[in-house]
Unconditional design. Structure first.
Ligand SMILES: Nc1ncnc2c1ncn2[C@@H]1O[C@H](COP(=O)(O)OP(=O)(O)OP(=O)(O)O)[C@@H](O)[C@H]1O
Length: 251
């Protein structure tokens, strides 16, 4: 039996939502100091429990708001579970919110080392990969510019380049979308597909069932924050499609 790479143990995530309308910042701070802000809690994930083995490719499906992105973010460590725990064995590259971890005042070069270290790589390893990362990002001389002067596309290109070139054990992908301008979109979506078929452990969220069928073996179907079913990709995608068709026909 291959080793377990990701263990999601009875994970629940609750978000706090303001239950009253606050019209101004002044009113907000007044209510904050008087501790009179009222919240309601929203259960985005409810006691989710599964394991992913080394080299397995898992798809996460479910309609809008089912909790797919929240689950990915919880596995990536961006969102903390309110209850339960996530255990990850191996280096993880979340291809979500690319460049979100950058320090805006530092240059692209400095952020390569910062971001690479966050992704678990040593300075020596990053020095070896440095030219490849810069070359792939296509940022040229802008690599010496502070990231705060980058466009969102430039940030995403650098983020994508770092996350893929650090050669992670586990890939987390929220929709296979191209990043950056048209040329980079073609290049990045090709790289993503190549990485996903290279024996790595993959967790893919997608609304594109053809893509899920092509790239994963097992699927987790989320429904209103709960696991509705876990099973073989082909069977579950068929059931999910029937379910979605039924909803559409009712409308
Ligand atoms: N930071 C947050 N604060 C409050 N509610 C949130 C937050 N993030 C997500 N939610 C809510 O949690 C639920 C699950 O959201 P999530 O983005 O995980 O769904 P999803 O399955 O990825 O949806 P989609 O397919 O539309 O991307 C939604 O109702 C969403 O509004």
């Amino acid at each position: 039996m291959p080793k377990v790479d990701v263990e999601v143990n009875r994970v629940s995530v609750k978000f706090r939502l303001d239950s009253e309308k606050i019209d101004s910042l002044k009113e907000y701070f007044l209510k904050l100091t008087m501790r009179s802000i009222e919240y309601t809690e929203f259960n985005a994930l409810k006691s989710i429990d599964f394991k992913i083995h080394n080299g397995e490719r898992i798809g996460i499906i479910g309609h809008n708001g089912a909790g797919k992105s929240t689950l990915l973010k919880t596995i990536a460590g961006v969102v903390k579970p309110t209850e339960g725990s996530v255990v990850v064995n191996g280096s993880i590259a979340p291809l979500l919110e690319l460049g979100a971890g950058f320090d805006a005042d530092l240059t692209g070069v400095e952020n390569i080392f910062l971001n690479g270290a966050i992704l678990g790589r040593s300075k020596k390893y990053l020095e070896e990969k440095f030219d490849e990362i810069v070359e792939y990002s296509g940022l040229g001389k802008f690599i010496h510019t502070p990231v705060k002067n980058y466009s969102s596309g430039m940030r995403a290109r650098l983020g994508f380049s770092i996350a893929t070139k650090v050669d992670p054990d586990i890939l987390i992908v929220d929709e296979i979308l191209g990043v950056g301008d048209e040329n980079f979109q073609i290049k990045s979506s090709k790289t993503m597909k190549e990485m996903m078929t290279s024996g790595k452990t993959v967790i893919l969220v997608s609304h594109n069932l053809a893509q899920v069928k092509q790239l994963t073996e097992r699927v987790i179907w989320l429904h209103e924050g709960e696991v509705r079913q876990i099973g073989k990709t082909n069977e579950l995608c068929r059931e999910y499609k029937d379910y979605m068709d039924e909803i559409l026909n009712k409308k």
